[in-house]
Design a protein around this ligand. Structure first.
Ligand SMILES: Nc1nc2c(ncn2[C@@H]2O[C@H](COP(=O)(O)OP(=O)(O)OP(=O)(O)O)[C@@H](O)[C@H]2O)c(=O)[nH]1
Length: 294
């Protein structure tokens, strides 16, 4: 059988998390309409009769790395490409973006087999356009394969997986066949809370916010979780807490229900919102919030 590591790369909002969730048939990576929601690398594992694919989901790559957080995301995208066997580059629609030039450069440096997956195929009205686009794409880079997919509707995903498997090296299973992620439940809980924040607040959610799990205590029948939502300004805190704490309460209830499903037992979840000025622009503060924990 063939087993190995696959980096899923692409701009923010192209559908990386949606694809990952569909491929793994479980909710691991968070999805939202707001760009740049994936901040941590998440490994998803899919074992079939043909082999084992270990996905590495990267943060979107950004054109400008001025602020520390963007710089960090860029670096992560680079390191994710190291140590993988195949790269799947996800793009959205049939046109190139100015940032794609950066990706072409990174691909050349990596020198690995690349599959170009054109996502959101369901939104493309004239299917002939895809043939023309594929021809231009082949001029730009020697892609191993080009494939239109719809991560949302699940179209062509089996074909994508079989193309990936064929490009992986032959070998034994790297992880147990039942394992679907190497991330801790603690980490997944923080991701769930962040997803609920995004869903409830939409565009109002400050980009500079993050979730830190302070306490994670498992007891028979009940898991206690204390989490802090960090924001940069008092005004942002007020938005997250809402009138008479209503917003925070709703976010907590949404998150608790999903966490209970994830870990299969009752959860007591306590959320706090705290202000830490300038954290997203400060490398040291980022590290203290676990952003170097890769
Ligand atoms: N129509 C359509 N929408 C899609 C498809 N795949 C993803 N989307 C939507 O695109 C939006 C972004 O998807 P995500 O999966 O969060 O994107 P991402 O690449 O993980 O984004 P970041 O976390 O910002 O890096 C969501 O609203 C998805 O529902 C698709 O195949 N078709």
């Amino acid at each position: 059988m063939n087993c190995g590591f696959v980096a899923l790369i692409g701009r923010p909002n192209v559908g990386k998390s949606t694809l990952m969730n569909h491929l793994l048939k479980q909710k691991i990576s968070i999805t939202s309409r707001k760009p740049q929601t994936t901040r941590h690398r998440i490994t998803g594992i899919n074992t079939t009769d043909a082999g084992q694919i270990i996905y590495v989901d990267t943060p979107g790559m950004h054109g400008d790395g001025k602020r520390a957080l963007n710089h960090y995301l860029n670096k992560t995208a680079d390191t994710t490409m190291l140590g993988v066997d195949v790269i799947v580059w996800l793009i959205d629609g049939l046109f190139w973006h100015e940032y794609d030039d950066i990706i072409f450069k990174k691909l050349e440096q990596a020198g690995l087999p690349v599959i170009l997956a054109v996502n959101k195929f369901d939104k493309i009205k004239d299917k002939d356009d895809i043939l023309a686009f594929i021809a231009t794409a082949q001029h730009r880079y020697p892609f191993e394969h080009l494939i239109p997919i719809s991560a949302l509707k699940g179209n062509n995903l089996e074909q994508l997986e079989s193309l990936i498997i064929k490009l992986l090296p032959e070998g034994d299973l790297i992880y147990d066949a039942e394992q679907i992620t190497d991330r801790s439940e603690r980490f997944l809980c923080a991701e769930i809370i962040r997803e609920k924040l995004t869903r409830r607040l939409g565009d109002e959610l400050p980009y500079e916010s993050t979730v830190e799990i302070g306490l994670y205590q498992e007891k028979p029948g009940l898991t206690k979780i204390y989490a802090v939502i960090w924001v940069e300004r008092m005004t942002q805190k007020n938005i997250v807490v809402g009138k008479q704490g209503e917003m925070l309460k709703n976010i907590g209830t949404d998150a608790r229900m999903d966490i209970e499903k994830l870990i299969g037992q009752k959860v007591y979840l306590q959320l706090w919102v705290k202000v830490k000025k300038g954290w997203s622009n400060n490398e040291r503060a980022l590290q203290s919030l676990g952003f170097n924990d890769m």
